[in-house]
Design a protein around this ligand. Structure first.
Ligand code: ZN
Length: 58
């Protein structure tokens, strides 16, 4: 999953257990509108899932 995330939304994603974010292009310096909130601007991130034991969530 590829998302453009502003720092605020990025932090929210970073707080989800089993999920982590990776900058798609570290050289990217042009900010784009956040896919999540559509208000602020940020960089492209790839949302990755860490393998976790499935318990309560999903
Ligand atoms: Zn956002």
């Amino acid at each position: 999953m590829l998302l453009c995330l502003c720092p605020v939304c990025r932090d929210q994603f970073a707080g989800i257990p089993g999920t982590y974010l990776k900058r798609v292009d570290k050289e990217q310096n042009v900010k784009e509108t956040c896919t999540y909130c559509g208000i602020r601007k940020g960089y492209d991130y790839r949302v990755l899932r860490r393998k976790v034991r499935k318990e309560k969530q999903e």
